[in-house]
Design a protein around this ligand. Structure first.
Ligand code: URA
Length: 434
């Protein structure tokens, strides 16, 4: 078997076999296939596509290219929740405690943020003392003891995906549905959960901008997960404006705590409850998503979700008192308001622009090596559809560096559009794919 023949076969639109896909991934991982041949195959895949079964084979080969986490020592059905990435998405910090409070073990491996999307691990590290690096045995014992643990994704998960993604990034081959599906699902399948709930974001702050693209990606991921023997559900939800009112690490954790106190924004609260309800259903703790919803609503109202969050923070070395005293979080020394230039209704808040402004305030990374300012970010005062009066505060930027806050301001101010006519609020839930 050789790479030339595999590239030629895909270039001609033929279907690759398991042996050919395994050969490519195994030899590419070992550094035995030069980048120019791997790139040529990626481009052939980009133009000719992959069938769902080829995508499953590629996913499985990439999963096997690194460690596969064994969660069998955790009792119960382990449910993972994964968002395809958005701006201001802190739902994991709310959904995890709510589901765990209902008895679903949540063993979550999470990434760091890159570009305009944030990462759960970075957010949690804004809590003083919070650790996200644990040996496997410690991680498992934490989940068994607390019911919930979140660790940083190790470098050894789906190692072929890391190399392949870096190549896709520089060869204009990222946005191919088969390649995206296999990239995301190889990491999810390697993380060891029994069931996976996906939240596919849709809109200009997401990877998939249209409902059609997001739905298609959701269907592909659900099908690949099912073929791999997992219980799967995907939501398609709006990301045309940031989720909730905060973007930035400490700011988002505070908003998650407020939500667990039942004092959070409506969109974050509703999305978190629905996601948690499905986790409880997938974890066989409820007979239906509706019953799951009643259970998580009860955990929200009783404060059991917040209590689980505190246990989770303490379990990972963090100070649980942050839920009572937000001054324990890193604080930004500078702030700057963005004021409305006219009266009317908020027509749009461009999620991508707000994400970029947050990144430039210091809250995000342009390159993997960049250090974060965990206190920086943006607090929105308005959402799409809200009325606004000229001179009112639309949002407030937080940072510790004069140049950064100015850059963030210059970007963020372009993200708001005001209309003189009333504007309908965007629909948050677009689809559920079973
Ligand atoms: N996220 C991933 O992990 N991989 C992709 O290909 C796209 C988004």
């Amino acid at each position: 078997m050789n790479m030339y023949d595999i590239i030629l076969k895909k270039r001609e639109g033929e279907i690759l076999s398991k042996e050919e896909i395994d050969f490519f991934i195994e030899d590419f991982s070992k550094g035995q296939i030069p980048d120019y041949q791997a790139s040529a195959l990626l481009m052939a895949i980009f133009f000719k596509g992959l069938t769902k079964y080829e995508t499953f084979l590629l996913t499985d080969a990439m999963k096997r290219s690194g460690d596969v986490i064994d969660l069998s020592k955790i009792a119960g059905i382990k449910v993972d929740k994964h968002s395809t990435g958005g701006v201001g998405d802190k739902t994991t910090l709310i959904v995890g405690p709510l589901a765990a409070a209902c008895g679903v073990p949540v063993a979550k491996m999470s990434g760091r943020g890159l570009g305009f999307t944030g990462g759960t691990v970075d957010k949690m590290e804004s809590i003083p003392g919070f650790r996200t690096s644990f040996e496997a045995a410690e991680f498992i014992s934490l989940v068994n003891r607390v019911g919930l643990a979140v660790i940083g994704q190790t470098a050894h998960i789906a190692t072929a995906d890391k190399k392949l993604y870096a190549l896709r990034d520089v060869t204009a081959t990222v946005d191919s549905i088969g390649l995206i599906t296999s990239s995301i699902m190889s990491k999810k399948l390697a993380s060891g959960s029994d069931a996976i709930l996906l939240d596919v974001k849709c809109g200009n702050g997401a990877f998939m901008e249209t409902l059609e693209e997001a739905t298609e990606l959701g269907k592909w991921m659900v099908d690949i997960g099912k073929t791999a023997g997992k219980n799967m559900v995907a939501f398609v939800t709006d990301m045309s404006q940031p989720l909730g009112l905060t973007v930035g690490n400490a700011l988002e954790v505070i908003e998650a705590i407020e939500t667990l106190k039942n004092e959070g924004p409506t969109d974050i609260t509703e999305l978190s409850l629905k996601l948690a309800a499905y986790m409880v259903f997938l974890g066989h703790r409820a007979k239906s998503p509706e019953e799951g919803y009643e259970m998580v609503l009860d955990k929200l109202h009783s404060g059991a979700g917040l209590e689980k969050f505190r246990e989770f923070v303490e379990g990972q070395g963090g100070n649980p008192e942050v839920t009572k005293d937000y001054a324990l979080f890193p604080q930004a020394s500078l702030s700057k308001h963005i004021l409305a230039l006219e009266s009317g209704f908020i027509k749009s808040i461009d999620a991508r622009v707000i994400g970029s402004a947050s990144l430039h305030s210091g809250a995000g990374r342009e390159k993997k090596e960049d250090l974060l300012d965990l206190s920086a970010g943006i607090i929105l005062n308005k959402k799409v559809g809200d009325s606004v009066v000229k001179g009112e505060v639309l949002a407030t930027l937080a940072a510790n560096d004069q140049a950064k806050i100015q850059t963030a301001y210059d970007i963020a101010i372009t993200g708001f559009a005001i209309s003189s006519e009333s504007v309908e609020k965007p629909m948050l839930f677009k689809k559920i794919i079973l």
